[in-house]
Ligand binder design. Structure first.
Ligand code: GDP
Ligand code: ZN
Length: 324
C-alpha cells in the first residue's frame, strides 16, 4: 500500500534528505523521485532546507505504523513534489557565477547576529546582508550579542547603532549568550516560526543557539543518528527544533551571503527608508547621487536617513558598476 503525506525538509546530506512533519519532529529519510525541476531556477539543489514537499512510501496492507517508524535509509520515502516557496535565500559561488545554491526556503524571519565590538561590526557588511534579506523578502531582526562586553565601554556606539537601524525600520534585540540577558526574549521571538540564524564567525552564534536550547550544539550537528543519514556526510545547513518552540536554520560560514545581482537602479529599493523617501525625488529613476531635487539626499542632509546607511548605498552602487 502506498501512503502519501506532506513534510518539511530539515536537512540535506548529499544523498538523502531528512524530512519532518512540522510542527511535529518525527525525522525520516527520503530521496528525490525522478527529476524535480523548479521553473526558472538554476540552483544546484532543487530541494532545500525549509521546503514543503509531498512524499510517498510503501507500507504493508493494514499496517498502522507512522512514517518515521517504517521508513529507513535502505527503504526511504520518495519526495514526489516541492510546493511553491513563499521565499528563499540563495548563495552564489562567486559574484559572476551563474550557479547558485538555495540556503533555505520558507523563512519566516532572519536573525542577524552581530556585535558592536569583539569583533567590531562592519556596517557596510551588515547593510549588504540586510539588502539581501529585503531582496528575498525575509523580515529581519538584528541581534546584538555580547552586550555584557561592550554596553558600558561602547555606550555611544551602541546608542548610535540603535538610531541608525531602528531608524531604518529594523528591530534590535540586545542579548548575551554568556549572562543569559535577552535570551528569553529571543526564544519568544523564535516560537512558532522558522527562523534563519546568520552572523560572521566569532559573534557568538553557536553560543547563542546553545543558550536558546542547551540540547543543541551547532558545531557538532544536532541530528547525528547514523541510521537516519548515513555515515560520511557533508552538510551545510540544517533545521533545528527548539525545545521552547519554533525551528531555526543555522547558516555556518556564510561566505557570499549578501551577494545579490542587482541593477544600479534597484539597490535603493532594498533600503526601506530610502524607498520611502524616494517617492518625493524629482526624477524617476533617480540614483540619489547627483540629481537635483533628490529627496533621499535631502533626507540624509536633515538626518532622517543616516549617513552610514547612505554611505553603504553609495558603496554598493560603486561596486555594482565594477561588475557591469
Ligand atoms: P560563532 O563563531 O559565532 O559561532 O561564535 P562562538 O559561539 O564560537 O563564540 C565566539 C566566542 O565568543 C567564544 O569564545 C564565546 O565564548 C564568546 N561569546 C559568545 N557569546 C558571548 C557573550 O554573550 N558574551 C561574551 N562575553 N562572550 C561570548
Ligand atoms: Zn533621489
Amino acid at each position: 500500500m502506498i501512503k502519501t503525506g506532506e513534510a518539511t525538509v530539515v536537512k540535506h546530506t548529499g544523498s538523502h534528505y531528512l524530512l519532518s512533519e512540522l510542527p511535529q519532529w518525527n525525522l525520516f529519510p527520503a530521496v528525490l523521485r525522478g527529476k524535480i525541476r523548479l521553473k526558472g531556477s538554476n540552483a544546484t539543489n532543487p530541494v532545500a532546507v525549509g521546503d514543503k514537499v509531498s512524499y510517498e512510501y510503501e507500507i504493508p496492507e493494514g499496517t498502522m505504523a507512522q512514517v518515521n517508524e517504517v521508513v529507513t535509509l535502505e527503504n526511504p520515502a520518495a519526495i514526489t513534489a516541492v510546493q511553491p516557496r513563499r521565499n528563499y535565500i540563495i548563495r552564489k559561488s562567486t559574484n559572476l557565477s551563474r550557479q547558485s545554491h538555495i540556503i533555505a526556503a520558507n523563512v519566516d524571519r532572519a536573525f542577524i547576529i552581530a556585535t558592536i565590538d569583539f569583533p567590531e561590526i562592519k556596517l557596510p557588511f551588515l547593510d549588504r546582508i540586510l539588502v539581501t534579506c529585503e531582496v528575498y523578502n525575509v523580515p529581519v531582526t538584528i541581534v546584538l550579542n555580547k552586550v555584557d562586553l561592550y554596553r558600558e565601554s561602547h555606550a555611544e556606539q551602541l546608542e548610535a547603532f540603535h538610531q541608525i537601524y531602528e531608524g531604518a525600520g529594523y528591530p534590535i534585540l540586545e542579548v548575551s549568550a554568556k549572562t543569559g540577558e535577552g535570551v528569553e526574549e529571543l526564544r519568544a521571538a523564535c516560537d512558532g516560526h522558522a527562523s534563519l540564524f546568520s552572523g560572521v564567525s566569532g559573534v557568538g552564534k553557536s553560543s547563542l543557539i546553545k543558550a536558546l536550547d542547551p540540547s543543541l550544539d551547532p558545531r557538532v550537528g544536532e541530528i547525528s543518528d547514523a541510521h537516519l543519514q548515513g555515515k560520511h556526510t557533508t552538510t551545510f545547513y540544517e533545521m533545528y527544533s527548539l525545545a521552547s518552540g519554533g525551528f531555526i536554520i543555522d547558516t555556518p560560514g556564510l561566505r557570499g551571503f549578501g551577494l545579490v545581482d542587482l541593477r544600479k537602479e534597484e539597490i535603493a529599493l532594498y533600503f526601506p527608508e530610502m524607498l520611502k523617501a524616494a517617492q518625493d525625488c524629482r526624477f524617476t529613476p533617480c540614483t540619489h547621487t547627483h540629481e537635483p531635487g533628490c529627496a533621499v539626499k535631502e533626507a540624509v542632509e536633515n538626518g532622517e536617513i543616516s549617513f552610514e546607511r547612505y554611505s553603504s548605498y553609495l558603496g554598493m552602487l560603486d561596486e555594482e558598476s565594477k561588475y557591469r
